[in-house]
Write a protein that binds this ligand. Structure first.
Ligand SMILES: Cc1cc2nc3c(=O)[nH]c(=O)nc-3n(C[C@H](O)[C@H](O)[C@H](O)COP(=O)(O)OP(=O)(O)OC[C@H]3O[C@@H](n4cnc5c(N)ncnc54)[C@H](O)[C@@H]3O)c2cc1C
Length: 419
């Protein structure tokens, strides 16, 4: 088979790339290993698909840290506003999530109005079909070579010859959805450097065993801080204690930064968790003093439990060496200060992240310095393009990663069709 453009992978990046290339009139073939497209897309946002984040492109750029510079052009070219308009045209109106502090949402996460990821996937597929995109499902690409200025893509059934190739094979997380890192192998073949793939947006495993005693307990709003090479990193939002550490959006967002330095059994990464960030230390102390004044016979654990969950209160009292039966009226100033200090700064040591197979996204991938940010074309191999998670760029929780797929995919699709 011969085609102008061949796209490997029918995830969000591949699907949108196909729509943008076919819309330019380019003959487009998409080869997908699974029997259906967008397997991972269907899982996003707990099945609701947090498809972007309501933010101006310049604010979005900052969320990608040092990769923001590379993504800036495409995030401006196909911004969250454009994404919402695009889906509205596909009959998928979107809405901005109402405040939901438990999930760290409410700050601009965008979902389809129907709350169904399936609607996003189906709309993409329908538009691509209407534009004449040829989908080859259930066909894993095993090999790609460049012969006489054409890419020869070999899957289980045939060889496809294409003038342009877009690799949109995703990363390494959730391999059951089809992501096995094939894109890295293909990119390497054409001389690209692959930045080591690591787990990102994933729970954290602590050296301390006590979080396991609180497994299942959630804190709706914490502030986690750490210092990495003199840079202060802050992640805010909900956390949930797990059997071996911390999960939830704040812990996951922190994992983006720690993952580069882990595992660290011998040299764990220290983090500090403020379990009550909405109160300044002084305010908290005044609140506790006033509470004790009004309820001197209340047990200290129950007084502290007015500010943080009871199970955590019991544990912090234990850590501070405070007798759990002590009445508030008997609490000495020194012990009070010790408790407040702990509430505001629980120290934890992170030894590793959860496995990459369970990570929401992969950090690492095709080195961005070898990709043209204005086209997503390889700087090494003409006619080769990249889109989505296969690229070494990852964002925090909140719709940023899908936005990155839409922006890079749209750009790759239209740029590949252009020449
Ligand atoms: C549980 C979960 C929830 C998430 N929720 C959100 C969210 O709400 N918001 C958000 O922004 N992000 C979310 N993400 C992240 C988001 O899903 C990914 O960033 C996104 O799916 C990446 O898109 P992609 O097209 O680059 O790759 P993928 O979606 O991984 O698609 C790649 C496709 O390529 C195919 N493929 C791979 N190799 C080959 C080959 N050799 N031959 C043929 N086909 C191949 C795969 O089968 C796959 O279908 C979530 C991720 C997970 C795991």
């Amino acid at each position: 088979m011969k085609t102008k453009i061949c796209i490997i992978g029918a995830g969000p990046a591949g699907l949108i790339a196909a729509i943008f290339s076919a819309a330019e009139g380019a003959q487009t073939v998409v080869v997908e290993a699974n029997s259906v497209p967008g397997r991972k897309l269907l899982l996003t946002g707990g099945g609701r698909c947090n498809l972007t984040h309501q933010a101006e492109p310049r604010d979005l750029v900052r969320k990608f840290d040092e990769k923001g510079r590379f993504l800036s052009y495409c995030l401006h070219e196909f911004s969250p506003r454009d994404v919402r308009e695009f889906f509205a045209e596909l009959d998928v109106p979107t809405m901005v999530e109402k405040a939901c502090p438990e999930q760290s949402r409410g700050d601009g996460c965008v979902f389809p109005a129907t709350n169904r990821a399936g609607d996003v996937r189906d709309a993409l597929l329908k538009r691509a079909g209407n534009l004449g995109v040829n989908f080859l499902f259930g066909r894993r690409v095993g090999n790609i070579v460049k012969e006489n200025e054409m890419f020869a893509v070999t899957d289980e059934k045939e060889r496809i010859f294409a003038e342009k190739l877009i690799i949109a094979t995703g990363g390494l997380s959730w391999p059951k959805t089809g992501c096995t890192g094939d894109g890295y192998r293909f990119a390497r073949r054409f001389g690209h450097r692959i930045v080591q793939a690591r787990a990102s947006l994933v729970p954290l495993v602590t050296l301390e065993k006590w979080p396991g005693q609180l497994a299942g307990t959630a804190l709706s709003n914490v502030r986690i801080t750490t210092r990495i090479t003199n840079r202060k990193i802050i992640a805010e939002g909900a956390v949930i204690f797990t059997d071996n550490g911390l999960g939830g959006p704040a812990a996951q967002n922190m994992s983006r930064y720690l993952t580069d330095y882990l595992p660290g059994e011998d040299a764990p990464m220290g983090i500090i968790m403020d379990t009550s960030p909405h109160f300044e230390q002084g305010q908290l102390e005044t609140g506790i003093i006033e509470f004790i004044g009004a309820n001197p016979k209340r047990k200290v654990v129950n007084i502290i439990a007015e500010f943080i969950p009871k199970r955590l209160s019991v544990l912090l009292c234990e850590q501070a060496g405070c007798d759990e039966f002590m009445q508030g009226g008997c609490l000495k100033k020194e012990m009070r200060k010790k408790l407040i200090k702990l509430i505001k700064a629980v120290p934890l040591s992170i030894v590793r992240t959860g496995p990459i197979a369970e990570a929401t996204v992969t950090r690492g991938g095709v080195d961005t310095t070898e990709i043209n940010p204005k086209t997503m074309e390889s700087k090494i191999c003409r006619g080769l393009f990249f889109a989505g998670e296969v690229i070494d760029a990852d964002g925090p929780c909140g719709g940023y990663n899908l936005q990155m797929c839409w922006s890079t995919g749209a750009l790759a699709g239209s740029a590949a069709a252009e020449k």
